[in-house]
Ligand binder design. Structure first.
Ligand code: NAP
Length: 245
């Protein structure tokens, strides 16, 4: 994939960082987006540069439509083109439905679902002109099965699946593929605060009896943006150790 360029949202840490580093290892130059974790994002960028690839740091809140457009423009100015978009940025604000505030619901929808729309909307213009593009959106097992205490998060991640399929249909004729990855439980900061009893009950539901690693997700993302996956679009790849089949 040498010479390709990618924008990875939330690339400072967790799954986003792993995807950014994995693509850089394949020869891809990376626009490293972050929102609050500047020093972590700087570290990601340094690791990319140490591999001999270009990295550009792009702070932006993906929930902001206009700022997302400006970020895409800066990425294109830096690299001359934009081949790959990884919509990874995501947050949780867990609460039981009857206690969930409107703010909690909106914050999660704005970042997770609207954020994906914002980036696809801006990047599609560039990719349509190029007649080439690879888009991967991070959904979740919560968007497939639902999850008690996560009505906002599950709605946003189920929404991403619909968005992925519609975008895939609209963009396919221009050689732009759009797919989603729905991870199960992955070892990152997002899951580290789960209590031991919750972790145990989740593990009991995973046939492989372990949480996934960021590498498990990054390798699938690498495949989906590679030439090996040129005829795959509108799909949801579930990576969950068999938790949902
Ligand atoms: P994480 O460790 O909590 O990292 C979240 C990332 O999203 C951070 O890089 C963060 O950047 C970024 N982000 C959050 N709000 C943002 C905003 N408004 N604008 C730009 N960036 C923003 O989470 P993770 O586990 O790596 O998850 C990555 C993705 O996979 C998410 O979409 C998540 O929903 C999904 N996922 C995770 C799991 C899991 O078990 N971990 C399972 C299923 C799906 P800053 O730190 O710079 O704010």
């Amino acid at each position: 994939m040498t010479g390709r360029t990618a924008l990875v949202t939330g690339a400072g840490r967790g799954i986003g960082r792993e995807i950014a580093l994995t693509l850089a290892r394949e020869g891809v130059d990376i626009a490293v987006n972050y929102n609050s974790s500047e020093s972590a994002a700087r570290e990601t960028a340094e690791q990319i540069e140490a591999m001999g690839r270009k990295a550009v740091l792009l702070p932006c809140d993906v929930a902001d439509f206009k700022a997302s457009g400006e970020m895409v423009q800066r990425a294109v100015e830096s690299f001359g083109r934009l081949d790959i978009l990884i919509n990874n940025a995501g947050i949780t604000r867990d609460n039981l439905l009857l206690r969930m505030t409107e703010e909690e619901f909106d914050a999660v929808l704005d970042t997770n679902l609207k954020g994906c729309f914002h980036l696809i909307r801006h990047v599609a213009k560039v990719m349509l002109k190029q007649r080439y593009g690879r888009i991967v959106n991070l959904s979740s097992i919560s968007g497939v099965l639902g999850n008690a205490g996560q009505a906002n998060y599950s709605a946003s991640k189920a929404g991403i699946i619909g968005l992925t399929k519609s975008a895939a249909r609209e963009l396919a004729s221009r050689n732009i593929t759009v797919n989603a990855i729905a991870p199960g439980f992955i070892d990152t900061e997002m899951t580290k605060d789960l209590s031991d009893s919750v972790k145990e009950s989740i593990l009991a539901q995973i046939p492989m009896r372990r949480f996934g690693s960021t590498k498990d997700i990054a390798e699938a993302a690498k495949f989906l943006v590679s030439d090996y996956a040129a005829y795959i679009t509108g799909q949801v790849i579930q990576i969950n150790g068999g938790m949902a089949m």
